[in-house]
Write a protein of this length. Structure first.
Length: 250
């Protein structure tokens, strides 16, 4: 197993405004292999890159993302910046010339309900930019991932797991189900640490990832594990730690 790849979480949310175009552009300057970001669907049918289903935490506005009228996102400014919410098109334009792997999380509305047609709409954009082979469509929701397999069989799928998402089925059954609908399983670091023996036995190393270690010691630990990827808010630190580990062994 090679050293895990590094995924910039929401661009690099502890370095720059999360899910911002400036953050996405800055990430390209780091020696990472992948970027993760989130997509919501507005009532006007626009694909907007923002994590929460509401505007309150990350922007200077309040209300639901889904309620934004056509073009209204342009007036919604991200906190601490002079930038508006980016569209999926803008983010894909940013990354199309690069070789970065794209982890595109399909979000749900403020009531936790998946957006109708989001899978097909995002797939159409990835296909338009010829990025399907560099992308993963990701979700905590196994039913969403199952639908992705139906509407976009040519795009890989990634499931995210944490304590909350495995409550209903239980850990083993959740993993077994997600393995049926996913190419990679990314597990929150506390859950992966607690259940390492079980999870590493159930999930092949090349399909296993961790999120979201951010401190040097934590990053060093996970970079030494037999896993595919590390998703982090501090990809700059992850790169430096990985370089140090590499130098120390050569």
């Amino acid at each position: 197993m090679t050293t895990p790849i590094i995924v910039g979480h929401r661009g690099a949310r502890n370095l720059w405004a999360e899910n911002s175009l400036s953050g996405f552009r800055n990430l390209i300057g780091l020696e990472v292999e992948s970027v993760e970001f989130d997509v919501h669907l507005s009532a006007a049918g626009e694909l907007l890159v923002i994590h929460d289903a509401t505007l309150d935490r990350t922007t200077e506005r309040s209300g639901r993302v889904a309620d934004l009228a056509a073009g209204e996102y342009r007036s919604v400014i991200l906190k601490g910046t002079d930038e508006c919410i980016p569209t999926l098109e803008e983010v894909l334009e940013t990354y199309a010339p690069t070789g970065l792997e794209l982890h595109v999380e399909l979000k749900a509305d403020s009531g936790g309900k998946p957006y109708d047609g989001l899978e097909a709409k995002v797939t159409a954009e990835l296909d338009r930019f010829d990025l399907a082979d560099r992308a993963f469509l990701t979700s905590f929701n196994g039913d969403v991932l199952k639908k992705v397999g139906e509407v976009a069989p040519h795009i890989r799928r990634l499931s995210s797991l944490n304590h909350k998402s495995v409550e209903v089925r239980g850990l083993r059954r959740s993993v077994e189900f997600m393995l049926q609908v996913s190419d990679v399983l990314a597990v929150e670091k506390a859950l992966l640490s607690e259940e390492w023996d079980l999870l590493s036995a159930l999930i092949p190393a090349e399909k296993l990832g961790v999120w979201v270690p951010n401190e040097p010691d934590d990053l060093s630990f996970w970079l030494k594990q037999p896993i595919r990827q590390i998703t982090t808010d501090r990809p700059d630190l992850a790169v430096r730690v990985r370089e140090g580990l590499f130098d120390a062994t050569h």
